[in-house]
Design a protein around this ligand. Sequence first.
Ligand SMILES: [Fe+2]
Length: 262
Amino acid sequence: MIQPFAIQSPTQIFFGRGELERIPDILGQERLREGAILLLTDRGVSPFLICRYVVLDPLATLGLPPELTGSTGLDALCHLLECYISKKANPYSDLFALEGIRLIFASLKTAFDNGQDLEARSNMLLAAFYGGVCIASSSTTGVHALSYPLGGMYRIWHGVANAMLLAPVMEFNQDAIPDKLERAAKAVGIEGDGRGLVSAFIQALEDLTRYVGIPPRLSAFGIEKKDIPELTSRAMEVTRLLSNNPKPISREEAAAIYERIL
Ligand SMILES: [Fe+2]
């Protein structure tokens, strides 16, 4: 049975020729306008939703407003970085992940400031595509797991919710993946060594998030301390992603991450 699952991410839209027409039949027009990810609960993702062709046309992205450029760009960064530090990471996904992370650090600010900059738009499109390639062989992790309830319960844009959690979850994970965070830091041009590189990279994630106007606090969306237990319960249900996080996230630790950005 097919069930609507969550808000869709613009970087994760995979439609095959001929299959797109079937989706309105399955979901109904109203549901399709809201956006959804299809999950076949008994068999995983349907092969009919895997694309045969991908068209990357930066001209089609020129009119994207800055706030969508920023939030979708950071969602792509989450795909790349989470896949890079995932338990499912592999040499193939690492190649695309590091290059995608580099492209986003090189181009997101420019695309945000000047949506007509074709080179920046091209780089962002390519980076977003690389994120999709990574997800196909690796997986997102704690950031997306904790982000889903924010979208589901409070309708916070998927990219915004992920962006708010990106630096805090990497901070939580840093002890388990220092070498990977060091390599990511070097990939984006940060100089230094050891733990200095790691903390500088996490700070750079925070800075990029602020640059594109992502609110730093959940309270900006009316979320209060009393809401955290329910958020945490829902996040702990996303075991298919939590299980790929480089270190276990307990219920208490998930709640602490939400509280850190409350
Ligand atoms: Fe996403």
